[in-house]
Design a protein around this ligand. Sequence first.
Ligand code: 2NL
Length: 364
Amino acid sequence: MDALEALRSRLLAEIAAADTPVALDQVRVQALGRKGEITGLMKDLGGLDAEARKTAGQALNRLKDEIAAAIDAAQSHLGEAALERRLASERIDVTLPVAYDGAGRIHPISQTIDELTAIFGAMGFHVEEGPHIEGDFYNFEALNIPADHPARQEHDTFYLADKPDGTRKVLRTHTSPVQIRTMLRDKDKLAQGQPIRIICPGRTFRFDHDATHSPMFHQVEGLVIDEKTHMGHLKGCLTEFLRAFFDIDDLPLRFRPSYFPFVKPGAEVDIGCLRSGGELKLGNYGEWLEILGCGMVHPKVLANCGIDPTRYQGFAFGMGIERIAMLKYGIPDLRTFYESDLRWLRHYGFLPLERPSLTGGLSR
Ligand code: 2NL
């Protein structure tokens, strides 16, 4: 038994000393393998008489179980230690700035929509979207543009094939149908004191293609409806937006009376600028540049959407996204927006991991 006790002490010491899974495995083979020390002693039991074999056999089995358990315990301990070392060495600080590999860019149209959404979002607007293929009612009729109205011809419309019932769909010529759909959907919430305050950015289509017109382009329109909204709110809202978007605190605005069938009164908005040497600079320089159209929503449009025009009123506005993007980022040619030229995108595009800001690319 002394010999067995000595073996036990030595094996336990070897297990404790094994500092790698390989070293531990060597101890397991040396003790419990086919030619291992404990295995060998068990084979020798055959030479003993029955009584001695029983006692020695039990002692050997206890030793075998104890050594096996000690090896298992040491193994899982080694595994945990290895995992801990790995976790410590591979720890990443997710708050560190990321080294961007430069593969992709945000298109200036997407960037501009993100920026104007942030600015109007901070003023309490939310975003609505709608279908590109529209019915006549949503694109024209509801907006007080009847079939024989000259504005219909002004909008060079893409018409889809006639349907058997004689109606035909159009590619929306502005994003106003989204506002019509929103008013029809949310009109009852007005009575519960919930105003409509939305912007509708998106694709629009007109049959027009030259250096300054694309058959597909982007618009953002805005709409506010409640009981007391007036033209002063319209002026304040657009002033706030244009100054934030172009990042010019004293950018002057000029409201000129104008006509759109869906508003009354209607206005066009100019911003201050300076033209010199073929360059255009925005700011308080005494010259003017037309930038958007707006007005108080026409009572007939409200009525067409089931809203009582004697109780509710509001303002609307619309502008071209390419146009404000070109002005802000100095992009000279409209047609380049849709050429998918990678060199253009690397030059005018935006890095996706750039820290977002209200005004975007100018003041970083
Ligand atoms: C422009 C002018 C404008 C609107 C759009 C609008 C929409 C509804 C009701 C009333 Cl549902 N108005 N939109 C109003 C005035 C002008 O856009 O030059 N856009 C590029």
